[in-house]
Design a protein around this ligand. Structure first.
Ligand SMILES: Nc1ncnc2c1ncn2[C@@H]1O[C@H](COP(=O)(O)OP(=O)(O)O)[C@@H](O)[C@H]1O
Ligand SMILES: Cc1ncc(C[n+]2csc(CCOP(=O)(O)OP(=O)(O)O)c2C)c(N)n1
Ligand SMILES: [Mg+2]
Ligand SMILES: [Mg+2]
Ligand SMILES: [Mg+2]
Length: 319
């Protein structure tokens, strides 16, 4: 295999997005648009985001694109294009690399996304960086800074599952519904359908949960200058999540990360509409707290016996 035969092997034969002018094959890709364009990049590094113990090549591709699509959803945009930059160790063969791309293609197909470019280099450990782009109608982008006092705080899906799956993989442990937890870790489903449904609303603050809700809630509080309270027992978890120790449950649902669910806030008046859109798009949503005016931006966690400060405790690089 050389760089050029590899690119030929992973190139799409035809494209789905009508706004694409030039895909793979020139110095850069070209697309044309009248809507607002959302652009994001996320990187996946061996031994940090995955290891061959935790993921097969297919999952690696799927999971890194999912992380990017989740950011597009958190901005309220519709996924359209992605570019892939890879650093590949010599020990990886073409078949394994094509599996990574099969994982990406599998998820891309669900969202009609086109692979329009990338870059390939060799190096010591596997690194994949994806740049993804999406469209959003003018003034419908969903910022972290749009939470207001009086808002309902909501979360989609269940939290902590990905971290539970990772634990089972790394520790070789057994648990009830183990395969489901592992699947949540390897093959997350970003909440695009709900995010697009929410375009009907005038104002929603959104953030996706990659580091852990403790982290993302603080990002909303800081960006919006509000106080956000999370009611601990309302944080949605899977049915069999209670099998884990109290400490594991608490840590994993608040700081486990990589669930790629959405955390959001809307006005009380619009909350029924969110529930309606959630039902239409078959997305579980749950109110988990509320927003109040703040002297200083902060996040509180309301436990049964006390309410205390919840600081950023999710995953942090460079620490
Ligand atoms: N190395 C970098 N250079 C420029 N911008 C960066 C870099 N790393 C992160 N950012 C920007 O900082 C913001 C927060 O990034 P991050 O915490 O990774 O977001 P997310 O968790 O949604 O992926 C984003 O606007 C991102 O584009
Ligand atoms: C082998 C392995 N160890 C640990 C983790 C846990 N982990 C790695 S990165 C991360 C946080 C999310 O990654 P980041 O690069 O911060 O994504 P972003 O917030 O930019 O979307 C977590 C929980 C993992 N997924 N795999
Ligand atoms: Mg990021
Ligand atoms: Mg994000
Ligand atoms: Mg992060």
């Amino acid at each position: 295999m050389d760089e050029f035969s590899f690119i030929d092997a992973i190139k799409q034969k035809d494209y789905k997005q009508p706004t694409l002018v030039k895909g793979i094959g020139d110095d850069a890709a070209v697309f044309r648009s009248t809507s607002d364009i959302v652009a994001t990049v996320d990187t996946f590094v061996e031994h940090i985001h995955f290891s061959l113990e935790t993921m097969d090549p297919f999952h690696i591709g799927y999971r890194v694109l999912a992380a990017n699509i989740s950011d597009l959803a958190a901005m309220g945009s519709e996924p359209a294009f992605y570019l892939v930059s890879m650093c590949i160790p010599k020990s990886w063969n073409q078949q394994a690399l094509e599996e990574i791309y099969r994982g990406m293609r599998d998820l891309a197909a669900k969202h009609r996304m086109d692979l329009i470019g990338g870059d390939t280099v060799s190096g010591d450990s596997l690194m994949i960086s994806i740049t993804a782009m999406g469209y959003v109608p003018k003034d419908k982008v969903r910022y972290r800074s749009d939470a207001r006092p009086g808002d309902v705080v909501f979360a989609t899906g269940t939290l902590g599952d990905s971290r539970a799956g990772l634990e089972m993989l790394l520790e070789g442990q057994e648990c009830k519904d183990k395969d489901d937890y592992i699947q949540r870790h390897r093959l997350p489903e970003p909440r695009v359908a709900l995010a697009l449904g929410l375009q009907e609303l005038d104002r929603v603050a959104l953030n996706d949960i990659s580091d852990g809700i403790a982290s993302e809630a603080n990002e909303i509080a800081e960006a919006s200058g509000i106080e956000l309270t999370i009611i601990e027992e309302k944080v949605p978890v899977s049915q069999s999540f209670h099998q884990f120790t109290e400490k594991q449950q608490y840590d994993w649902k608040l700081s486990g990360g990589e669930d790629f669910e959405l955390l959001g806030t809307v006005s009380v008046a619009n909350w029924p509409k969110v529930q309606e859109l959630a039902a239409e798009t078959e997305t579980p949503v749950q109110q988990i707290g509320y927003v109040r005016e703040a002297e200083e931006p902060r996040v509180l966690i309301q436990l049964r016996e006390e309410t205390k400060r919840l600081t950023k405790s999710g995953y942090t690089h460079l620490k």
